[in-house]
Design a protein around this ligand. Structure first.
Ligand SMILES: O=c1[nH]c(=O)c2[nH]c(=O)[nH]c2[nH]1
Length: 301
């Protein structure tokens, strides 16, 4: 044989599952996209085509829907853990499962006179997506959670000056600029073993999201790099459950429009919001002593 099989995995990607809990007239909704990748004793199917070790991807999809019915979806992480455990412990030929979940948030449509909103009518909550990746090898868990598409803007308290210049540098120093970005973040939990209780996934998510927002808003920014570091450090330092966080922050440049041709001044009034190109600032923030395990390219988590 002149070739050998390398890393391989298979499963069903992007099973969309919407679970509605009917609590009398008040309904609750969970909307997920679940992607399952299994690996293990799969040489034969690649070399000879024997499917004797292969649980169909169709079954993986069915399991997602059946588990949503049987167990409900307490949180994306808990649902992913249940699925990963199931595939690894129930199938002799499956040694590792990776479950990736995207969760789309729905809010209740306002109801006149009701503080809580309508009982069964919802509106999608922006572009923000909660994500998690569950990996289980039968012994050790790795839980990486995060979000993407969280769009934020500071209309002041941002500068960029004192940078390196060479013969191609034309950028003017900015002493009061708009700072805008779409936050993409992944954080890795310290929890790796069934011997320890699972963290409060929803509570940890809320704390991390709020920590990033408060750090973004509260940092007088000398660069997006500095703001990024503050955002990551806040998530790690404000709890004891997260050892590592990686952020990917596009710098959505806002350029002051030259209104002089119209006889108008424009100190800090009217901006052109460029969609591209954009600066892209990415970094990992680690708890002291922690290992960096989140990949540099966040599209890979
Ligand atoms: O916050 C910033 N960081 C940079 O590295 C950079 N580079 C640039 O042109 N503008 C900015 N802004």
């Amino acid at each position: 044989m002149a070739t050998t099989l390398g890393q391989n995995q298979y499963g069903k990607a992007e099973s969309r599952v919407v679970r509605i809990v009917r609590d009398g007239p008040t309904h609750h909704i969970k909307d997920l996209s679940v992607s399952i990748a299994l690996s293990g004793d799969m040489d034969d199917v690649h070399y000879s085509g024997s499917n004797a070790h292969v649980l169909p991807t169709d079954t993986a999809k069915n399991t997602v829907y059946a588990f949503a019915r049987e167990h409900g979806i307490a949180s994306a992480e808990h649902f992913g853990i249940r699925l990963a455990r199931h595939f690894v412990t129930s199938q002799r030929t499956v040694h590792r499962a990776r479950v990736r979940i995207e969760e789309y948030a729905w809010e209740r449509i306002a109801a006149p006179g009701s503080p809580t909103g309508r009982a069964h009518s919802f509106v999608r909550a922006g572009q923000e997506t909660r994500v998690c990746q569950i990996t289980f090898d039968g012994g050790r868990w790795e839980i990486v959670s995060g979000l993407k598409g969280l769009t934020v803007l500071n209309s002041t308290d941002s500068e960029f000056q004192g940078y390196v210049r060479d013969r191609y540098t034309t950028l003017q120093e900015a002493y009061d600029r708009v700072l805008a970005t779409d936050v993409s973040a992944r954080w890795r939990y310290r929890w790796t073993s069934d011997a320890e209780p699972e963290p409060d996934w929803d509570g940890e998510y809320a704390r991390s999201r709020e920590g990033m927002l408060q750090a973004f808003a509260g940092t007088y920014s000398l660069s997006l790099q500095q703001t990024l570091y503050r955002m990551g450090a806040e998530v790690v330092e404000s709890g004891d459950t997260i050892d590592e966080i990686r952020l990917s922050l596009p710098n959505h440049h806002h350029f002051l429009v030259d209104l002089a041709p119209f006889g108008l001044t424009n100190e800090h009034h009217v901006y052109f919001a460029a969609d591209r190109p954009y600066g892209l600032i990415e970094a990992t923030v680690l708890r002291d002593g922690a290992e960096a395990l989140i990949p540099a390219d966040l599209t890979l988590v």
